[in-house]
Design a protein around this ligand. Sequence first.
Ligand SMILES: [Zn+2]
Length: 185
Amino acid sequence: MSTLFKYCAYCGGTLQQGTVSRVQQVCSKCGEVFWNNPLPGVVVIIHDWRGRVLLGRRSKSQKREGFWSLPGGFVERGETYRDAAIREVQEETGLTVDPIGLHDVISNLNAAEPDTLVVVLLAWIQGDTKTEPGDDFDALVWQQPNTELPPMAFAADEMVVRRFQAGDWNVVSRAGNNFTDGEGI
Ligand SMILES: [Zn+2]
């Protein structure tokens, strides 16, 4: 089990191993269980009709600086995955996009960082096509199909870009499903 935290966020007690269905981190003082759930993220395949895909080079502020990735980031509280995709693309590329559909969902199991659960969306540009790297990227490139990819930061990005450029434009669901009734699992 990866132990991501040392202290309880509620009472400051020390976390120790306990068994709650499986082995989890449990607060020794108040008993709160730390599930260390995967963090929800989005990445966006921004493409044109020729199958070109927009990639960004990760800037100094980012893990894996100098390597390339799809635009994307974490879903914030109060935000749908679609909103998160639109916001992240705007921040990182200057583009306004219309996420047209859900393409894939990927689990990344990481040894030293929190796991992530990443929603992969396909999107078209809306309006102005001028790109401006911002925030997490210092360069952007339109990756042509049937050309060598630059060194990619994440295996999952590499897989989805390769597969998309090989002709899989499949959309499994329209993007935008969200509910506000507050029902938990
Ligand atoms: Zn506690």
